[in-house]
Design a binder for this molecule. Structure first.
Ligand code: ADP
Ligand code: TRP
Length: 323
């Protein structure tokens, strides 16, 4: 029985997590620990849709486990697990696939983009949203914290669950997305959306010197030190504002508009506020990341908790369809 509303989310182990993942998903998701029962998982089945290298897949899975723990996921009260440790989810995917109109999947962005780019999409990529729906529905999730780009996937999930319930009677919980409007899309070094696919990311946990060096590479316009600058269109400021206190935000905004502050100095200030927020977690990250046995044990613990619920929901669903 649920004592608190249940939040669930997943992230693919396709690279080192970056500041976009942190601000758009990981940080708001971890905040929900105070008021929700939370289930967060590493979406390794989903990562296979883009066929990563097996060794990198394993290593990035550990990176993410260590990241969630370092940022304060309480693994005693909450559940951190690996998607593929619960293969029940693939069976639910099949049951859902049989009520999912093909047109719904054809309209999904990831598949449409692949087709537009003439990429020979595999079946996994095509049915990605059905697996994602199963991920969410198999834990009777109430809320799903994600970045804005996942909104369509949540709509598809709700649509599939409603269809299933309509055909077989009330079975699946219809989830709500939780999307922080103020962090809609975090820009990368070049001002486009920060994304592993654009090679413009600032990894979340970098040794201090490397972090500073990367922040110095953020693209700006060519205004001189004395020129007044617009904080609203500056890539440095758009990152800074997520880490600054309201006073720091106001102060730097005024300095931009007054002129007399160069981008080099603004970048140094930006580095300082980011570094302040991540310093402690970074130290914890590097110490636990090296202990893979401990990380395996965390995953085993999460798997035991997640499996119980997944089996219950799958049994309920199998029964409804007549299996
Ligand atoms: P990437 O685009 O780098 O491959 P993922 O697709 O793995 O990132 O995203 C994992 C989570 O992080 C998702 O919930 C996604 O919405 C969020 N996210 C990724 N990039 C950003 C960004 N630039 N701004 C806000 N949220 C983001
Ligand atoms: N599609 C999500 C992403 O690319 C990852 C994901 C897989 C997910 N299953 C999920 C997110 C279930 C939330 C809930 O970021």
């Amino acid at each position: 029985m649920k004592m608190l509303p249940r939040a669930l989310s997943g992230i693919k182990p396709t690279g080192m997590p970056h500041l976009g993942n942190y601000l758009g998903m990981i940080k708001p998701a971890l905040k929900l620990q105070e008021t929700h029962e939370t289930f967060y998982f590493i979406a390794d089945y989903h990562a296979l849709t883009t066929q990563p290298d097996p060794q990198k897949l394993r290593s990035h899975t550990y990176d993410l486990v260590a990241t969630f723990v370092a940022l304060g996921m309480d693994i005693e009260k909450h559940t951190l697990f690996k998607q593929s440790d619960i293969p029940e989810v693939t069976e639910l995917t099949w049951l859902l696939s049989c009520v999912t109109p093909k047109g719904l999947l054809e309209r999904a962005h990831a598949y449409k983009d692949a087709i537009a780019k003439n990429i020979d999409a595999n079946h996994g990529l095509f049915s990605y949203p059905a697996l994602m729906a199963a991920d969410i529905l198999i834990y009777d999730s109430d809320y799903v914290p994600v970045g804005k780009d996942q909104k369509q996937h949540l709509e598809i999930t709700r649509d599939i669950a409603s269809r299933f319930n309509h055909i077989y009677g009330d079975t699946l919980v219809i989830p709500e997305p939780v999307i922080a409007p103020e962090v809609a899309t975090i820009p990368g070094l070049d001002g486009q959306k920060m994304s592993k696919s654009y090679n413009n990311t600032i990894p979340l946990f970098l040794p201090e010197k490397k972090l500073r060096k990367l922040i110095m590479k953020i693209v700006t316009d060519s205004k001189s030190v004395d020129d007044p600058k617009d904080p609203n269109t500056c890539n440095v400021f758009s990152l800074f504002k997520f880490f600054a206190t309201p006073e720091e935000h106001l102060l730097l905004s005024n300095q931009y508009q007054a002129g007399g502050l160069g981008y080099g100095e603004a970048k140094q200030i930006c580095f300082e506020v980011i570094n302040r927020e991540l310093k402690t977690a970074r130290n914890t990250y590097f110490s636990i990341r090296s202990d893979e046995e401990k990380l395996n044990q965390i995953l085993r613990q999460g798997c035991n908790k997640a499996k119980k619920i997944a089996q219950e929901v799958l049994d309920r669903t199998r029964m409804k369809v007549g299996l």
